[in-house]
Design a protein around this ligand. Structure first.
Ligand code: COA
Length: 287
């Protein structure tokens, strides 16, 4: 992560035919970029997303990722031609690889990414698109966006890891209702279901997402990463393990935090009386 300004500025922008990246003041806007196919996710798109996410993790121009879609859709889900038919037509090994590459970016990489992630849902969000939506840390949607677990309508189950992903955020009754009926719902309902943090009018979507990203950019990035990881791993543990893990993770955070945020916050609150944690972030960078 230690890069000179010159090295950073001369770096190429990651992405290709299927993924478009734009940098703006620490925010990397990562667009699924197949608007003519409503950003349906193909095998090629998975390969590109894996490269983009790997590159952005070590790119100083990116402090926060916003994942969104170009055009009328966040994503119309898995590409029936470019993923399902294409992976049915190849060898078993190649099929395995296509599924692995898809799961990699949609789930593992996003879920445990080194930098904070926000999904910004515009337009359509179907099927396989629920996985990256859910695996981003936060999500904001256009209140008029259209969501749907449409798999039941064409003879498949919410596979990949969609069924697992929805079970982490939705209650069983609601998840099964949408799995079994394939009924669509809007952004306001997505907020009620816990799939997103906020549902806002379309004309506020980008501004509100940017505001949220800026809040995250002001935090100590090491503490922010450790806090996100601590939450994600602790929720899978029982109380005893979580207590031990979180104590150790807290100590590790102090150890790896080059900003010494804990120490600074305590000095500013207890000794200098210049700051109250209940009212905002400690003065980063001050000695
Ligand atoms: N896989 C492959 N192609 C897809 C796709 C998908 N999931 N979703 C859309 N497309 C393609 C369409 O086939 C069409 O291609 P064409 O122009 O070559 O004919 C193009 O994208 C535009 O889609 P279209 O259906 O004409 O757009 P629309 O605005 O009328 O409808 C949707 C948008 C999203 C409602 C509709 O495309 C749809 O139902 N898609 C499938 C959604 C789904 O069930 N996904 C779950 C997969 S797990």
């Amino acid at each position: 992560m230690e890069q000179t300004m010159e090295a950073t500025q001369s770096k190429p922008v990651p992405g290709g035919n299927n993924v478009l990246v734009e940098f703006e003041d620490g925010i990397a806007w990562v667009h699924l970029n197949r608007p003519e196919k409503r950003n349906a996710m193909s095998i090629e798109l998975a390969r590109e997303m894996n490269q983009v996410l790997d590159a952005l993790e070590l790119d100083d121009r990116c402090g926060v990722i916003v994942l969104t879609g170009k055009g009328e859709a966040f994503s119309a889900g898995m590409d029936l031609q470019g993923f399902f038919r294409a992976s049915d037509a190849v060898s078993d090994v190649e099929r395995h690889r296509a599924y692995r590459e898809t799961r990699a970016w949609q789930w593992r990489t996003l879920m445990y990414y080194a930098k904070p992630t926000i999904a910004m849902v515009n337009g359509w969000c179907f099927g396989g698109a629920f996985t990256p939506l859910i695996c981003c840390d936060l999500a904001v949607t256009d209140e008029a966006a259209t969501f749907g677990l449409s798999e039941i309508n064409w003879g498949i189950i919410p596979g990949g890891v969609v069924s697992k992903a929805i079970s982490t955020l939705m209650g069983d009754r609601e998840a099964l209702y949408y799995v079994m009926t394939g009924e669509k719902f809007d952004g306001k309902r997505a907020k009620e279901l816990g799939l997103v943090n906020e549902a806002v009018p379309a004309d506020r979507l980008k501004d509100r997402t940017r505001e949220l990203a800026k809040i995250l950019l002001e935090k100590n990035p090491t503490t922010l990463r450790q806090a996100r990881m601590a939450y994600k791993y602790a929720r899978e543990m029982n109380w005893e393990l979580a207590a031990e893990y979180l104590t150790a993770k807290g100590d590790q955070t102090t150890f790896v935090d080059k900003e010494k945020g804990r120490e600074k916050g305590m000095v500013q609150f207890l000794d200098e009386k210049t700051y109250k944690p209940g009212h905002g972030t400690y003065k980063r960078g001050s000695e």
